[in-house]
Design a protein around this ligand. Structure first.
Ligand code: ADP
Ligand code: ASP
Ligand code: MG
Length: 448
């Protein structure tokens, strides 16, 4: 059996028929055995907006949004010269989107299960069309695969956890001709299936994660992530124009970058790749000849600061109580509350009677989490913060680094610092309106 290659194309690589044809050629030129695709550009956002409008019972606005979604997909089908079978699949999928939205608008309620089902149509539509795009570019056998047959998950809707052992056996059982190189498969990112057969999703940006899970299940040699930029850069090029491309980066550094906000990779993408030591490549579907970035286990060049990331919409929860004074077991009680609510904490600092943790702002919507914490301690909430992270090597053992960082930040107030846990990361919180400035100053100091 020859080496298996899994390629993933994001929303901007699926924007219209031309983008799809370009991506199809990139996938074929790069010898993909399985291609995982995201929804067409902007469609997941539109489906989320649709559910919000429907819950408000605003059917007129829903209809106009449905028209936009329909038009976009019918146009791609027409431009690709889709056959009767594909046109009828697209039609059925779009009709189902309408029926579910109507149901939500009548009930003025969208259950987590209905929400995931609604979101799944983005990838189900794009993959149906992408099969045709690939068929237009090759004589090879191209098959549509429903990712839900492979990606088993729990039923934690909107952020489902994959069941890796099931995925592995599903791949062996259902992807034989793909593994033997007899057919090229096209499938959806982002979606999975819970044990009772409900459709689940892996969280926003989760198609990268899906592709990595397929790569792991198929014991692929390489995972290719094709997006709209030519690889991972020293920071988000939308924030700093001078951001430089990175040729090679380690799994650890790339994982820190993804976790701390670099949208280019979904934070959990690298976990499956690391488990099977699968090489990961990130490149641009618009500029496939460009160098791109390889993510590898080892890397010769290990700079002190390789890259930096910005994560907006952060909040700081400070929990204080005199009960913590010279006591033990308090942190355990607090973490138990977070665990019961399935909330993961990003960073933490402690003092004698208080603990401060950072979370995504959205976590605050969970009112019962806050009231459960208030039973244990006084809870102070600060919002509209950004986490700034510097990622590199030997960060926690380098003299004078903190002084350099704070000097570069000038008058920007730093609200909380985390240093020491990892040699790859130094991160701190600033006011959200200072986040981009902080990244620009630090990039100038350490990289440009
Ligand atoms: P896709 O739709 O292909 O999944 P995303 O929009 O999710 O693409 O991710 C690509 C975007 O990630 C880029 O357009 C870029 O703005 C952003 N990004 C954030 N940090 C970085 C970084 N360090 N290097 C490159 N791109 C980054
Ligand atoms: N379509 C999904 C999203 O927009 C998943 C992805 O694109 O990775 O979040
Ligand atoms: Mg993405």
């Amino acid at each position: 059996m020859s080496e298996i290659i899994v390629a993933k194309f994001g929303g901007s690589s699926m924007a219209d028929a031309n983008a799809m044809l370009r991506s199809a050629k990139v996938g074929l030129d790069n010898k993909a055995n399985l291609i995982v695709v995201s929804a067409t550009y902007g469609t997941t956002n539109q489906l989320i907006e649709l559910s919000e409008l429907a819950q408000k019972g605003n059917w007129t606005k829903c209809e106009s949004l449905l028209d936009q979604i329909n038009e976009k997909h019918y146009k791609i089908a027409k431009d690709l010269g889709a056959c009767e079978e594909i046109n009828s699949s697209i039609n059925n999928l779009l009709n189902e989107v309408k029926t579910i939205s109507k149901g939500i608008s009548l009930l003025k309620e969208c259950s987590p299960k209905a929400f995931d089902r609604l979101q799944s149509f983005g990838e189900r539509l794009s993959s149906t069309l992408f099969v045709k795009a690939v068929q237009n570019c090759t004589k090879q056998t191209v098959k549509f695969l429903d990712a839900r047959e492979i990606i088993s998950t729990d039923d934690n809707f909107s952020k489902a956890t994959p069941i890796v052992s099931n995925i592995e056996s599903n791949c062996k059982l259902k992807l034989k001709d793909c593994l033997e190189g007899k057919a090229l498969y096209v499938t959806q990112g982002f979606i999975g299936q819970s044990p009772d057969g409900s459709t689940t999703t892996l969280g926003r940006g989760g198609s990268d994660y899906s592709a990595a899970l397929f790569a792991e299940g198929m014991s692929a040699s390489t995972l290719q992530i094709w997006t709209d930029v030519a690889g991972i850069a020293t920071t988000d090029p939308r924030i700093v124009k001078e951001a430089k491309p990175i040729d090679v980066i380690t799994f650890q550094e790339a994982a820190e970058l993804a976790t701390f906000g670099a949208k280019i990779l979904h934070p959990t993408t690298l976990t499956p790749a690391l488990r099977k030591n699968i090489k990961v490549f990130v490149g641009s579907s618009y500029e496939a000849q460009a160098k791109g970035t390889w993510i590898k286990k080892e890397c010769e060049d290990r700079p002190l600061i390789r890259a930096m990331a910005l994560r907006n919409k952060q909040c700081l929860l400070t929990l204080s109580t005199p009960k913590m004074l010279h006591a033990h077991g308090f942190l355990l009680e607090i973490f138990k509350v977070f665990n019961d609510h399935k909330v993961s904490i990003d960073s933490i600092t402690t003092s004698e009677i208080s603990v401060a943790v950072t979370l995504d702002d959205a976590t605050l919507l969970n009112k019962s989490l806050i009231s459960d914490l208030e039973e244990l301690a006084n809870v102070k909430i600060e919002q509209d913060l950004s986490m700034v992270s510097l990622i590199g090597n030997n960060i926690n053992h380098t003299p004078n680094l903190a002084a350099k960082i704070f000097k570069a930040l000038g008058n920007i107030n730093v609200r909380m610092i985390c240093l020491g846990a990892s040699k790859h990361n130094f991160c701190f919180l600033v006011d959200e309106n200072e986040g981009k400035n902080a990244i620009s100053y630090l990039h100038k100091e350490f990289i440009s």
